[in-house]
Design a protein around this ligand. Structure first.
Ligand code: FEO
Length: 167
């Protein structure tokens, strides 16, 4: 059984993972509307990945015998000025998630809760990969700026992203 403070913090993280999923769906919707169909697909997969993260936290809480309470998910930002702005917002969001996971890891160590700490390290490692892949996309978008052909090439590349099952 995990401690009450750890249960509360993980329940909050469960909400944040669903919030991430919701945010990425909003980003996908923006990209579809702006005719960046490759990016829309990329964010849709990101939306699914965050659902997977939420489920991972949920399953762990259930396994630990916690009575899970689902809470309201915040309305995500949905208005962006460019493809670059969407990815920059995505990176800022992931950096916030990384900070949360680091705080959660600190709490798990304070509570001497090594099972939860192990679970959290999976997420911490995942954050490194997420921040790196989004950062690489931002770098490319920075290179092409407003060049239509360049944007088309990047959008096409984003549409080639492997899905969760084949990743
Ligand atoms: Fe579940 Fe992108 O952090």
């Amino acid at each position: 059984m995990i401690s009450k403070p750890m249960q509360a913090a993980l329940s909050q993280q469960l909400n944040h993972e669903f919030g991430s999923s919701y945010l990425y769906l909003a980003m996908s919707a923006y990209c579809s509307y702006a005719d960046f169909n490759g990016a829309a697909y990329w964010f849709k997969l990101q939306h699914e990945e965050e659902q997977f993260h939420a489920t991972k936290v949920y399953d762990y809480l259930i396994e630990q015998g916690v009575q899970v309470a689902l809470t309201q998910i915040a309305e995500p930002d949905a208005d962006f000025s460019s493809l670059l702005a969407v990815f920059e917002a995505s990176l800022a969001h992931e950096q916030e998630m990384t900070a949360r996971l680091n705080d959660l890891s600190d709490l798990a160590l304070k509570e001497k809760d090594h099972a939860t700490y192990n679970l959290l390290q999976w997420f911490v490692n995942e954050q490194v990969e997420e921040e790196a892949s989004i950062g690489a996309i931002i770098a490319k978008l920075g290179m092409v700026k407003d060049d239509g052909y360049g944007l088309l090439m990047i959008d096409n590349e984003l549409g080639q992203r492997a899905d969760l099952a084949s990743a």
